[in-house]
Design a protein around this ligand. Structure first.
Ligand code: HEM
Length: 476
C-alpha cells in the first residue's frame, strides 16, 4: 500500500527555517561572514535546530518529511536508512548540483565536478580522483607535501614562539602551504589569488540576488582563472597542477576549471584542523595521548615522514572528530533527476533533498554526541555510522579525503610536537556538553613548551557515572 511522505506543519516549517536555514544563510553558505557567525554562535543556533530535529524524528517515526524551503519543497532526510539510501545512490539520479549550489558555486567554479552532469561528470570525476589520489591510496606527492607542511609550520611557529597562535596567523601559513601544494613554489606568496576567490565566495552568499554585479563578478572570475591557467601551464612537478599531464582527460575535462573548488576545500580543511587543535587543547589527557603517538611514530620513522604520519591514527581520529563536531560542510544537498520510488510514495524529478549533516553528527542517540571522542573513530564505530558523514560517502564522497587525512595530522603533529597548546578563545569547556555552534574564526591558542605532566582533564558528569572517575578515553 502506498505510504505518503509526511508533510511538516506550517509551524514546523517556520521553526526549521528559524533554527537551521536562516542561521545557515546568516553565517554564509559559501564563505563565512564573521558577524553573522558571531550571532549564530552566541545563540548556539545548531543546538536549537538539533533539539527541534530530534522532536521531528520522534514525531514522524524517523521518516523523512516534506518541508518548505525558501525556494520550494525540500525532502528533509531524518533517518539513518534514508541517509544511506541517498548517499549510496547514483550521483546521476541524486545529483550534487542542487539549485542553490548552482546559483552560488557557478560564480567561482562553473566548470567544477560538483556542477557537472552526465558523461562530463564521470569524466571530471576520474580526473579529480587521479590528481587527488582518492580512495585509500597514499598521494604520489605525499613526501613533497609533508615537506611543504613542515616548512610552513616552522615559519609559523618561529613567529609565534612561546606566545599566541591566532586563526589569522594559522590561515596565512596554511594558505601558503596550500598554494605550494596546489600550484607549486611560484605561488607561495600569491595572496591575490586567494583574495579573488574570497571576493567571489562572499558574492556567492547572495545566491545570485545581485545581478547588477555580474560584470564585476565575471571580471574577477576571469582574473582568477587566468592565474590558475598560468600556474597549470608552468606545471611545477611537486604540485597538483603538475600532475595534469599524466591524468586521464578528454576535451570535456577542463583541468584548470577543477582547481577553484580545491582552493575552497583547503579553506574548509584549515577550519577542521583548528577545531581539532582546540579539542586537544581542552582535553589534556587526550593531548598527552596524541603527544605520545607523535613521539613514538617519529622515533620509529623520522619526523615529518609519510611513514610517521600514517602511524598517527589518534591524530587522524582527532581531525575527524573536529570535522564531526562542527561540520565545515554542514548540509549535503541533492536534487533528483528522475522520478524515484520512495517508501511506496514517489519523489518527482527535480526534488531537493537535504541531509542536515551537522545536526545528524550530534544526534543525541550517539553515546558521544556532544563530546570529543577520537576513540570512536579508532574503534571504527564513528566511521561505520551513517549518521556521520564529514566527507560525505558513495559517489559524491570527497575525492580529497585521503589527502586531507594525511596532510591534516601532519599539521597537527607539527603544532603539537614538543609543545602544549591552551585554548584562549572562544571559551569552550571539556567538562560539559560541547556547544553545537562555535565561531571558529575566533580560535586563539596559547603555545607553551611541553611540560612533564598533563593537568587533569575534567570528565563530563554522565561519563563519571558510567565509568567511575577515570579520565582516560573510553570507546565512545
Ligand atoms: C577536511 C577537509 C575536507 C572536508 C571536510 C571535505 C568535505 C567534502 C564533502 C562533505 C563533500 C561532498 C559534498 C556533498 O556531498 O554535497 C566534498 C566534495 C568534494 N571535495 Fe572535499 N573536503 C575536504 C577537503 C578537500 C580537499 C583538500 C579537496 C581537494 C584538494 C577536496 C575536493 C573535493 C571535491 C572535488 C569534491 C566534489 C566531489 C563530487 O562532486 O563528487 N576536498 N568534500
Amino acid at each position: 500500500m502506498a505510504k505518503a511522505i509526511p508533510r511538516a506543519t506550517a509551524l514546523e516549517n517556520v521553526m526549521f527555517s528559524l533554527t537551521y536555514t536562516i542561521p545557515g544563510l546568516l553565517r554564509g553558505a559559501f564563505a563565512t561572514q564573521p558577524k553573522g557567525m558571531d550571532i549564530v554562535a552566541k545563540f548556539d543556533a545548531n543546538r536549537r535546530a538539533n533539539e527541534f530535529v530530534s522532536k521531528l524524528r520522534v514525531r514522524y517515526g524517523g521518516r523523512s518529511i516534506w518541508t518548505r524551503g525558501p525556494v520550494g519543497p525540500v525532502l528533509l532526510v531524518l533517518s539513518q536508512g534514508d541517509i544511506k539510501r541517498v548517499l549510496s545512490a547514483s550521483d546521476h539520479v541524486f545529483s550534487l548540483a542542487s539549485p542553490e549550489k548552482v546559483r552560488g558555486l557557478s560564480l567561482f567554479q562553473p566548470a567544477s565536478l560538483v556542477l557537472s552532469a552526465g558523461e562530463q561528470r564521470d569524466d571530471r570525476k576520474a580526473f579529480n580522483e587521479f590528481v587527488l589520489a582518492a580512495g585509500d591510496r597514499v598521494h604520489p606527492l605525499a613526501d613533497r607535501f609533508l615537506t611543504v607542511i613542515a616548512d610552513e609550520m616552522d615559519v609559523l611557529l618561529a613567529g609565534v614562539g612561546v606566545g599566541t597562535l591566532t586563526r589569522s596567523a594559522f590561515d596565512h601559513a596554511f594558505a601558503r602551504a596550500a598554494r605550494r601544494i596546489l600550484f607549486g613554489e611560484a605561488a607561495r606568496n600569491d595572496v591575490r589569488l586567494g583574495n579573488l576567490l574570497r571576493a567571489l565566495r562572499m558574492e556567492a552568499n547572495w545566491l545570485g540576488l545581485r545581478p547588477w554585479r555580474n560584470r564585476r563578478n565575471q571580471a574577477l572570475l576571469d582574473r582568477m582563472n587566468a592565474k590558475i591557467r598560468s600556474y597549470a601551464a608552468t606545471a611545477d612537478s611537486g604540485s597538483l597542477v603538475g600532475m595534469f599531464a599524466g591524468a586521464p582527460k578528454t576535451a570535456k575535462t577542463d583541468p584548470a576549471g577543477q582547481v577553484s573548488h580545491w582552493m575552497m576545500a583547503f579553506d574548509v580543511f584549515g577550519v577542521g584542523i583548528m577545531q581539532a587543535l582546540a579539542m586537544l587543547a581542552i582535553h589534556p589527557a587526550k593531548a598527552a595521548e596524541a603527544a605520545e603517538e607523535i613521539r613514538s611514530a617519529e622515533q620509529a620513522h623520522g619526523a615529518g615522514t609519510v611513514a610517521a604520519v600514517t602511524a598517527m591514527p589518534y591524530l587522524k581520529a582527532s581531525l575527524l572528530e573536529g570535522l564531526r563536531l562542527w561540520a565545515p560542510v554542514p548540509t549535503l544537498m541533492r536534487v533528483t533527476t528522475e522520478p524515484i520510488d520512495w517508501h511506496g510514495d514517489k519523489l518527482p524529478a527535480g526534488t531537493n533533498v537535504m541531509i542536515p549533516a551537522s545536526l545528524h553528527h550530534r544526534n543525541p542517540q550517539l553515546a558521544y554526541a556532544d563530546r570529543f571522542a577520537p576513540e570512536a573513530w579508532i574503534s571504527g564505530e564513528a566511521g561505520d555510522d551513517w549518521w556521520i558523514n564529514p566527507f560525505s560517502r558513495g559517489r559524491g564522497q570527497c575525492p580529497g579525503a585521503s589527502l586531507a587525512l594525511l596532510v591534516g595530522p601532519a599539521v597537527l603533529a607539527a603544532l603539537l610536537r614538543d609543545r602544549r597548546v591552551e585554548l584562549l578563545e572562544p571559551e569552550i569547556r571539556a567538562g560539559r556538553p560541547l556547544p553545537l555552534t562555535i565561531n571558529a574564526s575566533k580560535l586563539r591558542f596559547g603555545v607553551h613548551l611541553a611540560g612533564p605532566a598533563a593537568p587533569a582533564e575534567p570528565v563530563p558528569e554522565a561519563r563519571q557515572a558510567e565509568a567511575g572517575a577515570s579520565t582516560e578515553p573510553s570507546q565512545g
